[in-house]
Design a protein. Structure first.
Length: 165
């Protein structure tokens, strides 16, 4: 964020995070499949890189919109810059950061199915194999499991967010 980091660190990190965020999960997934082979590791890495870029953007925007009063109050006590961040910034952004992280976890649980369809492992790969072998009863069961899992993750995420805010 511009208000807590020096420009020599902020600018290269912003450029790197923009790059990670701009490339779709499927493209990153295909690159990792070529690099490390088929399987869940490629999918996890694709989701991790894309999510890292998105969360960095959301987290930095949250920090840039904080109230300067608590930070100045901490600074007035003679705190170091690290203490200013720990006691003046993080308490203001922690609920929002938690909400963003939970939302991306939800989103990634849905994206994992799609990445599995390209060979990046997980339930999507099982679904794709079942579709190719015309095992429609198994396809139906997998689809139900996916819907139930995503719904449960969504409900859990809503409950946690309600307690944090």
């Amino acid at each position: 964020a511009r208000n807590v980091s020096p420009p020599w660190l902020q600018q290269p990190m912003r450029l790197l995070m923009n790059l990670l965020r701009s490339v779709p999960d499927l493209v990153i997934g295909m690159l990792f499949i070529v690099a490390v082979g088929l399987g869940p590791f490629a999918g996890v890495m694709a989701l991790a890189l894309n999510t890292g870029g998105v969360l960095a953007k959301l987290f930095s925007e949250a920090v840039e919109s904080i109230d300067k009063g608590p930070v100045e109050g901490v600074r007035a006590t003679g705190a170091t810059p690290l203490q200013e961040v720990v006691w003046g910034v993080i308490p203001q952004v922690a609920p929002l950061w938690s909400s963003y992280a939970l939302y991306r976890f939800e989103s990634n649980s849905r994206s994992a199915t799609v990445l599995g369809l390209i060979g990046a492992g997980g339930i999507g790969q099982t679904l794709f194999e079942s579709l190719n072998s015309f095992a429609y009863a198994q396809v139906s069961a997998i689809a139900i499991v996916i819907v139930v899992a995503v719904t449960l993750i969504d409900l859990l995420s809503q409950t946690i967010r309600a307690r944090l805010l």
